[in-house]
Write a protein that binds this ligand. Structure first.
Ligand code: C5P
Length: 227
């Protein structure tokens, strides 16, 4: 008998829309594992180093083929491991995000990571967060969200997060970096950032994180009751 399909919830949206903390908390409340797919692109960026997107395609393909992705833990404590190791905090910077975004344009990268993401989705119920979860990777997921917020709100949030870590940040520089990453993510040929036709769009600009988590958890519970 074929295995029961796993329950998949998708959350997509631009950089700084609050996806990561919201997704982690919602995964905990819904008792599903959490997959941060941006971390997979960031891990590749770290592995290849600056200018990695300019390497010959076979070199990028070989690096990807050698990376083993797995999930450890469950709910809000789920960790993505690459070759058994979590992503270092140093990979969370806007600089590594921009390197990841340049790699994310390449079809070889998208194809390999999509297969890895779908393979993880066969191992466990999952809340998958990224840019193309609802459109390209899990198009049949019964419950999809797209989180958005203005670039100004997203930049201000990033500055606040960095300040909380004791790292002063320049609002204008972060706004420019966010706008350029948006441009790159929205305008690439393959799997551009956009809501799936059946995604619920949540503008988080004027919402607290608690309110966004509550909206997602309520809608996901409702969807599974009606599935
Ligand atoms: O979400 P995060 O900021 O960690 O993602 C880093 C970059 O990885 C994004 O700007 C995007 O270019 C790429 N990405 C993607 N598809 C995903 C997740 C991330 O293209 N599903």
């Amino acid at each position: 008998m074929p295995a029961e399909p796993r329950r998949i919830i998708t959350i997509d949206g631009p950089a700084g829309a609050g996806k990561t903390s919201v997704s982690r908390r919602a995964a905990g409340a819904l008792s599903v594992a959490y997959l941060d797919t941006g971390a997979m692109f960031r891990a590749l960026a770290v592995r290849l180093g600056r200018g990695g997107h300019e390497l010959p395609e076979p070199a990028i393909d070989a690096a990807l083929a050698a990376m083993a992705f797995s999930l450890d833990g469950s709910g809000s404590d789920t960790r993505l491991l690459v070759d058994g190791e979590p992503l270092p905090e140093s990979a969370r910077t806007e600089d590594v995000g921009s390197m990841a975004s340049k790699l994310a344009v390449l079809p070889v990268v998208r194809a390999r990571l999509k297969l890895a993401q779908q393979a993880l989705g066969r191992t466990t119920d999952l809340l998958a967060e990224g840019r193309d979860m609802g459109t390209a990777v899990f198009p049949d997921a019964p419950c999809k969200f797209f989180l958005d917020a203005s670039a100004e709100v997203r930049a201000a949030r990033r500055v606040g997060q960095l300040a909380a870590l004791g790292r002063p940040a320049d609002y204008e520089a972060i706004l420019t970096a966010i706008r350029s990453r948006d441009d790159q993510d929205r305008n690439r040929a393959e799997a551009p950032l956009r809501p799936a036709p059946d995604a619920r769009i949540i503008d988080t600009s004027d919402m607290t994180e608690d309110a966004v988590v509550a909206a997602i958890v309520a809608a996901a519970r409702g969807a599974s009751r009606h599935a």
